[in-house]
Design a protein around this ligand. Structure first.
Ligand SMILES: C[S@@+](CC[C@H](N)C(=O)[O-])C[C@H]1O[C@@H](n2cnc3c(N)ncnc32)[C@H](O)[C@@H]1O
Length: 226
């Protein structure tokens, strides 16, 4: 099994219990702040959303966006997202690979991915970003949200590999255990990765989450290699 397949299988198996992560009492106030912030960043946009999962953030953005084209690699999570009954005139859910987003359209004025950055191996970040950017219009707004590592609340890191990726041991209701790559970049680590693509990078830290927003500079919108 390749590393993409392992992660997709894990989330497929976890689909029905996934949104419990959004019910943790200590995170509720932060989630409200994050939602407000995100809606402010993305309202009125035609959004390409990668790794949308069960559509939790798609639903939070649906009435603020002009449209959302949301993709995920797992049929199981997509089934839950589609069952949310979001307005089909605005939102669509399609199976797709976040490392190879749709290239046949140049309609997107924004790109968004929630809790996906943390699962990208460090050695794939640059090619991931270049492929994502190539799917968006020049000047598009790009937004990533993800977890900060909070001792006592986050699942502990079980190991770090030679490239610097960190991993967690996670358990599902069916008793299975899964090792999942989960990175927790700091603002200082995110900045040099994103800076080459923009002159308007804004990274906001909440207690449990971070949000990075930038406008894609025209020069960084080029045809990435597959
Ligand atoms: C942490 S979840 C995030 C889901 C959703 N964005 C959220 O914030 O609630 C990660 C998602 O990435 C999806 N995924 C894993 N590998 C993928 C890939 N190569 N392409 C697209 N989605 C992928 C999983 O199926 C899962 O739904």
């Amino acid at each position: 099994m390749n590393r993409d397949g392992t992660l997709i299988d894990y989330y497929s198996q976890r689909a029905s219990e996934y949104e419990r992560i959004y019910h943790q009492p200590e995170r509720q106030a932060d989630l409200v702040r994050l939602k407000d912030h995100l809606r402010g960043e993305l309202s009125g946009r035609r959004i390409l959303e990668l790794a949308c999962g069960t559509g939790y953030w798609t639903a939070a953005l649906a009435d603020a966006a002009e449209s959302i084209y949301a993709i995920d690699a797992s049929d199981e999570v997509l089934a839950i997202a589609r069952a949310k009954g979001l307005d089909p005139n605005t939102v669509s859910f399609t199976r797709g690979d976040a490392f190879a987003p749709p290239r046949d359209s140049s309609e997107f004025t924004a790109g968004f991915a929630g809790f996906w950055w943390s699962h990208i191996p460090l050695d794939r970040l640059t090619s991931f970003l270049e492929n994502f950017h190539a799917a968006l219009l020049p000047g598009a707004r790009v937004v990533f949200i993800d977890n900060r590592y909070v001792p006592g609340s986050s699942t502990p890191i079980s190991r770090t590999d030679e490239a610097g990726n960190t991993y967690q041991q996670r358990h599902l209701d069916d008793g299975t255990a899964h090792e999942v790559l989960k990175n927790f970049p700091t603002t200082d680590q995110l900045r040099p990765i994103l800076q080459p693509y923009t002159d308007s990078l804004n990274i906001v830290e909440f207690d449990y989450f971070w949000c990075a927003t930038y406008a894609l500079a025209a020069a960084s919108h080029h045809q990435a290699n597959p």
